[in-house]
Design a protein. Structure first.
Length: 118
């Protein structure tokens, strides 16, 4: 299964949601004005200049290729993660680092138990 191609705007919106960042935080961390971020999210928005796209992608932890095409060459052969999984990760990212570690460790332990039950 390959990723659905979306517009830059849709891919950016999804990456922002997945990251758990507010638009203002993204703008600050990428050293881009909030107005520009808001413009990239508007209907019929243009793709930003390459240097800005690179900074945005770096802050969001995605590739520029993903933002532009909705595809990531490193993930082309992996089925897309469903929206519930994205929601779960977004919620976990809102926790403190220590609470994230608790959730991750417990989840890994649960997965190991379930794998042994095969």
């Amino acid at each position: 299964m390959s990723f659905k191609e979306n517009s830059f705007r849709e891919n950016l919106r999804e990456a922002i949601e997945f990251s758990g960042l507010e638009q203002k935080e993204l703008a600050h961390k990428a050293n881009i004005s909030l107005r520009n971020i808001e413009n990239y999210l508007r209907k019929n928005a243009s793709v930003p200049a390459a240097d800005k796209a690179v900074r945005i992608a770096k802050v969001l932890g995605v590739t520029v290729e993903y933002l532009v095409t909705g595809k990531n060459s490193n993930l082309d052969n992996i089925p897309a993660i469903d929206s519930e999984f994205h929601k779960m990760i977004a919620c976990i990212k809102k926790l403190s680092r220590s609470k994230q570690n608790i959730v991750v460790n417990n989840t890994l332990n649960l997965v190991e138990i379930l794998l042994k039950q095969k």
